[in-house]
Design a protein around this ligand. Structure first.
Ligand code: ATP
Ligand code: MG
Length: 451
């Protein structure tokens, strides 16, 4: 690399040497040396002063005319300034675009600093949260927006799910709030989305299903009653109607099940996922015993074999009715969707981590992998024709999913074609209720535990 001071140093040394040699020839060596060094120093000082003056004036005025090393230095400075101006222009263009985009966003967005102070917000956030037009940067968010649910959400460390709150300025507007961590300085991005419309639509859909199911209940019950009477009469008076009446009876029973399951789903839908399903201690081991007994009857001549492994001390806190519905669906599925003679394992255990795990495993045909993520959708059946012929409506696993959600539990499905399927429900330690603890703590309130 060519260093700028080299030429300069070479020409300065040559000049000083020439003056010194001329002085020496004239007999004034020291005088010539001093004069030449003084002149050289003076030239440098003049350059330094004019460069400093120009820089102190903000580098806006035309630059001074400098030669040699100072000229080059000035050249580098000018190039640096041009580069930084270009970068600045680029950054401000980007900032302008970002601000325009943020202003056009239909959703409200706020950036909160480490201590919950507002760093930035878009116009929608001002409008929906009633922040006004004044300066909000630097003010604490919780001093301006005081909704308890939102404050609780902000203080919690778990932002995996959004929370819904009515907009502070307009109660009829429902906002879904979700926080995301951003940056390295513990900043948070708070996004608020208007979900009023989708909430209303969901409500209409739920009400419609609930109303239709409710309205269908009475005619189906009447039909069923008549069919039962006709079945008895037909057996004696017109036997050729027997098969038709039997089919009508089967279909009526099916409709009745669909209606009941839809009503149960509607009821579960009405509850918020965060609502506690109840705190009654549920004797899960007894529940499982009854379910397996029913499953044996359901299997009938198909001769499924069952193997049970149940921790008799492990109970849950929750709704007995909902848990019975969820567990029975999994066990009945293992009977209904596997060939005759299949083997079914039902286990109820506590893990070392304190979780309670209910699992139903069969050695049936298994479920192709592509269907697994959709199994808990309403009316989703792997093999529609076969499932229908077995009386399945495809609502069972949707109920299981919803019930587990309400009990803070998760559902896992593992399946291998030709090998079988395992459904596993995991309940966190919070809802687990061990009977030994129960007897020790609440002895007076639980006489039925004494047996
Ligand atoms: P129902 O509403 O009466 O429970 P269903 O049993 O058909 O009807 P789900 O319980 O939701 O509905 O099950 C959905 C589908 O998943 C079933 O139709 C079946 O195809 C498949 N399935 C569920 N359990 C098993 C299993 N153990 N083995 C194979 N397939 C299964
Ligand atoms: Mg089912």
């Amino acid at each position: 690399m060519r260093l700028p001071w080299r030429d300069e140093a070479a020409s300065a040394i040559t000049l000083v040497l020439m003056v010194v040699v001329a002085g020496a020839l004239l007999g004034h060596f020291l005088l010539a040396l001093s004069i030449s060094l003084l002149v050289y120093l003076g030239w440098h000082l003049r350059n330094v002063v004019s460069l400093l003056q120009w820089m102190e004036a903000g580098m806006q005025a035309p630059p001074p005319t400098l030669y040699g090393v100072w000229g080059r230095l000035l050249g580098y400075l000018l190039a640096l300034r041009a580069r930084s101006r270009k970068r600045k222009r680029k950054v401000s263009r980007f900032l302008r675009r970002f601000q325009e985009a943020a202003a056009a966003l239909p959703d409200a967005a706020l950036i909160l600093g480490r201590y919950g102070e507002i760093e930035w917000c878009n116009p929608a956030a001002r409008k929906w949260l009633g922040l006004g037009t004044g300066r909000v940067a630097g003010r604490f968010f919780t001093h301006l927006v005081r909704h308890p649910v939102l404050i609780q959400y902000l203080e919690a460390a778990d932002y995996s799910h959004p929370v819904e709150i009515p907009a502070p300025v307009d109660e009829s507007r429902l906002l879904a709030c979700q926080i995301h961590h951003i940056g390295k300085k513990h900043q948070r991005l708070l996004m608020l989305r208007d979900v009023t419309q989708s909430h209303l639509l969901n409500q209409v859909r739920r009400d419609f299903v609930a109303n239709v199911s409710h309205e269908l209940r009475t005619p189906i019950t009447v039909l069923r009653g008549f069919l039962e009477t006709m079945e008895e009469d037909a057996a004696v008076e017109c036997p050729h109607w027997g098969r038709s009446i039997e089919l009508m009876s089967q279909q009526t029973s099916r409709m009745e099940r669909i209606v009941n399951e839809l009503l149960m789903l509607s009821r579960l839908d009405l509850e918020e996922p965060s609502d506690q399903p109840g705190t009654e201690p549920v004797p899960v081991p007894e529940l499982i015993a009854v379910i397996v007994q029913d499953a044996r009857m359901l299997s009938g001549e198909c001769g499924h074999s069952f193997h049970l492994e149940v921790n008799a001390e492990c109970w849950l806190r929750g709704s007995a009715e909902e848990l019975r519905s969820a567990f029975s669906n999994l066990v009945f599925n293992a009977v209904q969707h596997t060939p005759a003679g299949s083997h079914i394992d039902v286990t109820w255990q506590i893990t070392e981590g304190g979780e309670a795990v209910f699992s139903v495993a069969d050695n049936g045909e298994g479920i192709p992998e592509r269907h697994l993520p959709r199994l808990t959708e309403r009316f989703y059946r792997v093999d529609k024709a076969r499932s229908r012929s077995r009386g399945g409506t495809g609502l069972g696993l949707a109920i299981v999913h919803r019930v587990l959600l309400r009990h803070g539990a998760t559902l896992e499905v593992q399946s291998e074609l030709g090998q079988g399927t395992r459904f596993t429900c995991r309940f966190s330690g919070e809802v687990v209720y061990q009977r030994m603890r129960y007897c020790a703590e609440d002895h007076d309130e639980a006489p039925h535990d004494e047996e």
